[in-house]
Design a protein around this ligand. Structure first.
Ligand code: F6P
Length: 406
């Protein structure tokens, strides 16, 4: 029977464990017996607090180096033992940043092919957020937040000193963890699991995502574009209705734009989910209407007929003078979506966006013809519930009516 070792590669806080878990879950969903072997878990069990200190990772510290090699050997032994019996794909979750370490893995695990999967992520916002998350792990319980952050950053510096890119290894793929993209690869053609793993890596994984638009604003009532207006009484009631609709759901992350109406809409929801993380992303700010910001649609029609004509001719491509087009939104909204999905780490998530932003988000999540994107209906009393994985596709519009208000 064909079997495979997968050995993760990457500096700390790059999303390796998330990717490793995704590969494991994805293979299991295909009926393939896969299992994770995590060096970090074994290190914490065997070495305890000593191995939290950054010195433990200093390449010139022989005690730390030997301890880490021992952990790696034990993990490889356990993985091999498991494959000998009924396992099919053993996933070694560790940094494996040096060529020497990877050589050792290839020389030790000779019974089945070894595929190295490197996880790359250099987005400073995500790195910072990942480091902050690491600093809250139980192993840093006796540290202040500042001490934990400093200690983890030093650990990364030690790993960076050892890091060597993949090249000589027999089989590998280098993955952009935020874009579901294989950047470079040396495929393991002999393994039937390679295409399955590749498919998992490039597929879009969206947890239970609730995409809502902010509640009604005074500008919406007047037919005015852009700006930073607050919600009307009806808009505040819509925000309450959204919170009621999502009550009891295990929401872990709430992303807003930096606009007041988006924050105001998220507020009741956040009061209901005090444990949820919240982050305002500029990428989700409404389309910039340039010189038309704060104007009424009727004023634009009268005073700038060329704008209305340009939008009527091709609304997707039309660039507001000194502003943006839908086509331009695509790149920044995609960056925001990648960031949100990476941080959410497969946990239930809410995005409180805007009309044009939500249109573009929907087009990124569910393919749409570009000419239709600027006309997608984005009501303020319904959210889209989306969940995507290679095996699961959910796309539903969920209303939250306002009894007696609408
Ligand atoms: O009207 C509300 C609004 O969010 C405006 O701020 C924004 O310019 C507009 O919707 C985007 O929709 P459209 O492209 O259809 O004008």
């Amino acid at each position: 029977m064909q079997k495979l070792y997968v050995a993760m590669v990457g500096l700390p806080a790059r999303g390796k464990s998330t990717l490793a878990k995704r590969i494991c879950d994805g293979l299991k969903a295909e009926g393939i017996n896969a299992r994770l072997f995590n060096n970090g878990d074994m290190r914490r069990a065997l070495m305890g607090a000593e191995s939290t200190k950054p010195d433990f990772y200093d390449p010139t510290n022989s005690f730390g180096r030997e301890a880490r090699e021992l952990i790696n050997r034990r993990n490889m032994e356990q993985a091999r033992e498991w494959l000998i019996h009924n396992g099919e794909v053993a996933i070694l979750d560790a940094t494996n940043v040096s060529r020497a370490r990877r050589k050792k893995i290839e020389e030790t695990l000779t019974d089945y092919p070894v595929l190295f999967v490197q996880c790359v992520n250099e987005d400073p916002l995500l790195l910072n957020a990942c480091i902050r998350r690491k600093a809250t792990l139980p192993e840093y319980a006796s540290y202040t937040e500042e001490e934990a952050l400093e200690s983890f950053r030093q650990r990364i510096v030690h790993y960076e000193a050892e890091y060597e890119p993949l090249s000589d290894e027999k089989y590998w793929m280098c993955v952009d963890a935020t874009a579901n993209r294989v950047l470079e690869e040396r495929p393991c053609e002999s393994s039937p699991y390679y295409p399955a793993i590749r498919e998992i890596v490039v597929s879009m994984w969206v947890p239970d995502l609730y995409l809502a638009r902010h509640g009604q604003t005074e500008f919406n009532v007047q037919g005015r574009v852009g700006g930073d207006p607050p919600l009307t009484a009806k808009g505040r009631a819509q925000a309450q209705a959204l919170a009621a609709h999502l009550r009891g759901k295990p929401i872990a992350w709430v992303f807003t734009s930096t606009r007041f109406r988006s924050h105001e809409t998220a507020a009741p929801l956040l009061a209901d989910h005090p444990g949820a993380h919240v982050m305002a992303l500029k990428e989700f700010d409404e389309i910039n209407a340039g010189i038309c910001e704060n104007m009424l649609y009727s004023e634009i029609r009268e005073r700038m007929p060329e704008v209305t004509a340009g939008r009527n001719a091709n609304k997707y491509a039309y660039v507001y003078p000194e502003g943006e087009s839908y086509a331009m939104l695509r790149e920044r909204v995609q960056r925001g979506l990648r960031r949100a999905l990476f941080l959410a780490d497969n946990a239930p998530t809410v995005i409180v966006g805007h009309q044009a932003i939500n249109r573009v988000l929907l087009s990124l999540l569910v393919r749409q013809r570009t000419e239709d994107v600027p006309y997608i209906h984005i009501p303020q009393n319904q959210c889209y519930h989306i969940s995507l994985s290679p095996r699961r596709k959910i796309f539903m519009r969920e209303p939250y009516p306002l009894d007696g208000i609408q």
